[in-house]
Design a protein around this ligand. Structure first.
Ligand code: GRF
Length: 219
């Protein structure tokens, strides 16, 4: 049987992409990253993909008349690879609702906050400004609402008294990598699906997002 296939969309550094590639190669994730698509032709994520021998596709938003036209073109490229799942990993664009609808239940995003807290940008700074005792990251199914789709799983970490946005981001990043791989694995295994607005695990709606534990398990 063909392996489960992923297309990953990135705009920047690509460390979450790298975690997926590494997990695919090591066998932790029984899936292949078949292509990486980007809105930034020069981004580091595309270099990581090329280094791993993965197909890349990039196009610039300014070459299109509007958001809908760009998204149609980018997702048409992604669709050529017939992925089982699209993963947004540091893809820094708001999506046109039409493409979101086409991929509903087959597209996830990793976001650096404990959603529903802090959708959008500057999440680490906002958590610090609010005096939060904990911060974290979420993986959710993508819907038309920015960072608003049903949350599958989260990882949390304590905020320290001397944390800065940069220190918090640096401590969170390796946890994000583990969260993204573990959550993607549950989807690859067929344990997690989106049913209407509910995340369903093995036939039962999740009462709350799964949490990543220190042993790497989601529960
Ligand atoms: C991560 O913090 C991710 O949660 C957010 O953007 C960042 C991407 O980092 N959506 P990288 O490009 O995967 O290194």
């Amino acid at each position: 049987m063909a392996r489960f296939s992923l297309v990953v969309l990135c705009s920047g550094r690509g460390s979450n992409l790298q975690a997926l590639i590494d997990a695919s190669h090591s066998g932790t994730l029984p899936a292949d990253v078949v292509a990486v698509c980007s809105d930034r032709p020069d981004c580091a994520a595309l270099a990581r993909a090329r280094d791993a021998g993965i197909a890349v596709r990039a196009m610039r938003p300014r070459d299109f008349v509007d958001r809908a036209a760009f998204d149609r073109a980018l997702f048409a490229e992604a669709a050529q690879f017939a992925p089982d799942l699209i993963v947004l990993a540091g893809f820094m664009r708001i999506l046109d609702p039409a493409v979101v609808g086409q991929w509903r239940g087959r597209m996830i995003n990793i976001h650096p906050s404990l959603l529903p807290k802090y959708p959008g940008l500057r999440t680490h700074e906002r958590a610090l400004d609010a005096g939060d005792a904990e911060h974290g990251a979420s993986v959710h199914f993508v819907t038309a609402e920015l960072d608003g789709g049903p949350v599958i799983a989260q990882v949390a970490l304590p905020v320290l008294a001397d944390d800065t946005p940069a220190s918090l981001a640096a401590r969170l990043l390796p946890l994000e990598h583990r969260l993204l791989v573990a959550t993607t694995r549950l989807i690859v295994d067929g344990d997690i699906v989106l049913d209407g607005d509910h995340v369903v695990r093995n036939g039962r709606p999740l009462p709350a997002p799964l949490r990543l534990h220190a042993d790497g398990e989601l529960g």
